[in-house]
Design a protein around this ligand. Sequence first.
Ligand code: ZN
Length: 209
Amino acid sequence: MSEEKAELEQLGPRSRTLELVELGHPVLRQKARELSREEILSPEIQELIEQMKNTMRAAPGVGLAAPQVGRSLQLAVIEDVYQSQLTPEQIEERQRYGVPLHVIINPRLFIEEESKKCAFYEGCLTMPTWRGVVPRAESVRVECLDASAEPVVIHAKGWYARILQHEIDHLNGKLYIDRVLLETLTTNTCYEEYWEKMSVNEALERLKP
Ligand code: ZN
């Protein structure tokens, strides 16, 4: 046992990370079931939330839904602290501002009436070597429960709205590849070589047949 592992064991099960299921696992295509208030407050679900948080941070990712770790439950963790790695232009284009760690449970998604569609490259921890352009609503409202089983209403725009739509899709058995503009699908390596430096509109223009 490594020193690090011994330390983790000492910290207990809450410090563990979970194994991600791979594309093709049937759990990814099931509609996840809702959690009751009692279940949310149970030690088992509170431990799962901690472990999902660790798993998301270790990946690293900005969101992780329970089906991605093999649990068919209406639960996802979200945290976006990576916008500091982007240029001011990229932050502006993506409308990507920090999102603190939080949990969404039994979410209901509403597209805001005035919402436009916007398209950006998106990836997923379930198929980590790929990404592609996905059109999504720019502005959404989510009604859900938090980690204390309290009702919350989230109003989100831009990148945060995109993360919410991506994670809630997971809870309904949907993946971004169901919505991706297929011609934009790329490996991460090719993305970095050919597409990362240009705007999404430029990329779409180049990919026109
Ligand atoms: Zn995903």
